[in-house]
Design a protein around this ligand. Structure first.
Ligand SMILES: Nc1ncnc2c1ncn2[C@@H]1O[C@H](COP(=O)(O)OP(=O)(O)OP(=O)(O)O)[C@@H](O)[C@H]1O
Ligand SMILES: [Mg+2]
Length: 112
């Protein structure tokens, strides 16, 4: 099992979600986040204080899926989230040790 942490533009959320559902993804969590990539991180002086001006709003999806699905999921995400402009986002892929469905105590792939 793998966890995908996917950071994309809000405008691409619906298309990415629909694409992943069609692929067989069964659950996800989303969070509004702010951040920066390699273009970001500069500061500006505002009323004498140094402030960070370039935390750009994005949305993060967290999805646990079978390892076999990851390559297809990455293709689907790129198909729907890529505009070709800077700031299209990132996909982080992490190993997942176990999943437990609280209601039934199912474990592992059965619990996803
Ligand atoms: N190394 C990182 N660690 C954690 N979050 C990151 C990292 N890089 C980017 N992010 C998050 O992803 C968002 C989008 O990043 P972004 O697409 O700008 O990456 P990039 O590396 O600058 O690529 P590009 O050159 O295409 O813009 C950022 O606003 C931030 O929230
Ligand atoms: Mg960037």
């Amino acid at each position: 099992m793998r966890k995908l942490e996917i950071i994309i533009r809000h405008s691409r959320l619906r298309a990415v979600k629909e694409g992943l559902l069609a692929l067989g993804v069964r659950g996800m969590s989303i969070t509004d986040i702010k951040g920066f990539g390699r273009q970001g991180g500069h500061t500006e002086i505002y009323r004498g204080n140094e402030i960070q001006v370039d935390f750009v709003p994005k949305v993060k999806l967290e999805i646990v899926m079978k390892a076999e699905l990851v390559d297809k999921a990455v293709d689907v995400i790129r198909e729907h989230a890529c505009t070709g402009q800077v700031g299209d986002g990132k996909i982080f892929i992490l190993p997942v040790e176990n999943v437990i469905r609280i209601r039934t105590d199912e474990r592992g792939v059965c619990a996803m």
